[in-house]
Design a protein around this ligand. Sequence first.
Ligand SMILES: Nc1nc2c(ncn2[C@@H]2O[C@H](COP(=O)(O)OP(=O)(O)O)[C@@H](O)[C@H]2O)c(=O)[nH]1
Ligand SMILES: [Mg+2]
Length: 233
Amino acid sequence: MAHYSIVIPTLNERDNMAPLLEKIDSCGLTDYEVVVVDEHSPDGTLEAVRTYAGDRRDIRGIFNENGRGLSPSIVYGFGQATGEILCCMDGDLQHDVKDLKGLLETADQADFVIGSRYTSGGGFAGKWNPVRVLISRTATCMAHVILGVKSTDPMSGFFAVRRSAFEAVRDEMSPRGFKVMLELLFLLSRRGGFDIREYGITFGKRIHGKSKLSMKVISDYLRMLLALKAGRK
Ligand SMILES: Nc1nc2c(ncn2[C@@H]2O[C@H](COP(=O)(O)OP(=O)(O)O)[C@@H](O)[C@H]2O)c(=O)[nH]1
Ligand SMILES: [Mg+2]
């Protein structure tokens, strides 16, 4: 059983897999596994993972069998993972592997750790499209107002949760949705008694592949906020 499980949801990230896995392998962690959860990406993302992994059992590429979408993929990956600490990071290198060890070690002392671009030590690499930053800021603001959650960056998608905390709210999670981290934050905060912290991360630019952020994702997000607020699944 691994101590840390790094779960990576993917959709068409073939060219990012080997560089990402190499960075994870050399970031100074010892007891970890990587679970890439793909959704039949036509570009051969899983083949890239399997080629890199060879006979290794600590790097697995699996298909999401939990209903389509990002959150279902992450929840499926957590269910397949063996670690005591479950971490989720993007497969496009925008989450910097340099932040991984610190985030995981913070999680050793806590129940839930949110990687934040807006806390000390966090930020953006290079120059950012102001429209994307505005979307991210607006989404954060809406989460504060509608759900009353306190995080400085509930949308970053880079986080680690203790298995017992995940399992405590697992049945309350919606199988749909885009932002599993926000949902976990909301459910753990509402239940109370969990040690929730933030850790500064640097958000990088995407080099290979395309963002899947779209108007559909934004409208799904709004629907999810309102559904969480109303206590619906
Ligand atoms: N399994 C799965 N992964 C997804 C899906 N949508 C996005 N991803 C992955 O989730 C991560 C973040 O998505 P991305 O498009 O980069 O979002 P952005 O950084 O907000 O533009 C990347 O690793 C994507 O490949 C999906 O529907 N299913
Ligand atoms: Mg991205």
